[in-house]
Design a protein around this ligand. Structure first.
Ligand code: ATP
Ligand code: MG
Length: 344
């Protein structure tokens, strides 16, 4: 066995999936070491961060006055570079856990079609967090690898990663990405649609956590035979008092349907854009789903019905991207192909 060099003890190879809802960090040799909400709470007058991740989540919807709870990420990219930097700094410190002070190689996943401004924002956040060299990695490729696909596979594979802010559709054959597209639609948009619907139909303003709970409990991508209901509590938009209402699965389905349709249409567009041989492979193998929002009830069934392909959910779909990032450390060729840009 080779003894670890002093450099290896002092430095760490880290990979970061800065997701709209959760930040995940993979440390080479140790696996996923951080998996927490991409949220922070700060004091507005001083701009000082008072809580990060789960602690910030606890404060959400309850803190008032000077404390603001924000997600510095929007639609899969950095919306607030300074606070994203603070979030990253906190999580990188946690990931290093006193083992190392430096990171030799830091991989960060980013949508393939992210704009230059979006690249700069992420780079700035990484610099704020004290990262030296940043390698931007194609999110589509890592979603595919993290779904268990062998990068050397000679036949095409299609993966759809439906997260909180983005849907990434990517197809790969023999280590080459043959298609990738990012739709800025995800589970958060469904939550927002539910907040609107509850306001319109019941005159109650609910928070994002309530909307997410409603979606997970009763949201469905196909019409349900049986009507189910759930209770929600929030603030009356009429009197301003705390109020409750009963919402049913039909209105929930109708509220999220336009977003489900956009995802389905984007997958259909991707299938039409594939080269013929790759189409044939996908016809035989079907597609794989990753990302937390792929767990929406009936989404696999809906996609399968509309595309006439088999649809399979990857194991713990929310972790596909971070798993794929971790696998790149062991596969130099795939890593070279996945890197979009390196900056130091
Ligand atoms: N059982 C479920 N049913 C429906 N949606 C779910 C379920 N479980 C999780 N989700 C949704 O999945 C989303 C989170 O997925 P994920 O962790 O993959 O996103 P992310 O990586 O943070 O976002 P992105 O990749 O878009 O930046 C949230 O919108 C969450 O509500
Ligand atoms: Mg994601």
């Amino acid at each position: 066995m080779k003894l670890p060099s002093i450099l290896n003890l002092m430095t760490d190879d880290l990979a970061i999936d800065l997701g709209t809802s959760r930040t995940r960090v993979f440390a080479r040799g140790r696996g996923i070491v951080v998996n927490e909400p991409s949220l922070l709470a700060y004091d507005t007058p001083s701009q000082e961060v008072v809580a990060v991740g789960l602690e910030a989540l606890e404060l959400e919807g309850r803190a008032s006055g000077d404390i603001q709870i924000i997600s510095p990420l929007k639609d899969g990219v950095v919306a607030d570079p300074t606070f994203a930097g603070k979030l990253l700094e906190h999580y990188l410190r946690k990931a290093r856990d006193g083992r190392s002070t430096l990171s030799r190689k830091v991989l960060v996943s980013i949508p393939a079609d992210a704009s230059t401004v979006e690249h700069r924002a992420l780079y700035y956040a990484a610099k704020e967090a004290g990262v030296g060299n940043v390698h931007f990695v194609n999110k589509g490729i890592v979603a595919i690898l993290g779904s268990g696909v062998d990068p050397d596979d000679q036949r095409a594979t299609l993966v759809v990663d439906i997260g909180a802010g983005t849907t990434t559709i990517a197809a790969m054959v023999h280590n080459h990405l043959i298609f990738t597209r990012t739709l800025r639609v995800g589970g958060n948009d469904m939550d927002l649609a539910l907040i609107d619907m509850i306001k319109q139909n019941h005159n109650i303003l609910v928070g994002p956590r309530t909307a997410e709970r409603v979606k997970i409990e009763l949201g469905c991508a196909v019409p349900l035979d049986q009507e189910n209901t759930t209770m929600v509590k929030g603030r009356s938009t009429i009197g301003g008092n705390p109020e409750m209402a009963v919402v049913n699965s039909i209105e929930i389905h109708e509220a999220i349907e336009p977003l489900v349709s956009r995802i389905v249409n984007a997958v259909q567009d991707a299938l039409e854009a594939l080269p013929p041989e790759a189409s044939g492979d996908i016809y035989d193998r079907g597609m794989m789903l990753a990302g937390g929002a792929s767990l929406l009830a009936g989404l696999d069934e809906r996609l399968s019905k509309e595309t006439e392909l088999s649809v399979q959910l990857t194991e713990s779909p929310q972790r596909a991207v971070i798993r794929g990032l971790g696998l790149l450390f062991e596969n130099p060729l795939a890593l070279r192909r996945a890197i979009i840009k390196s900056e130091s």
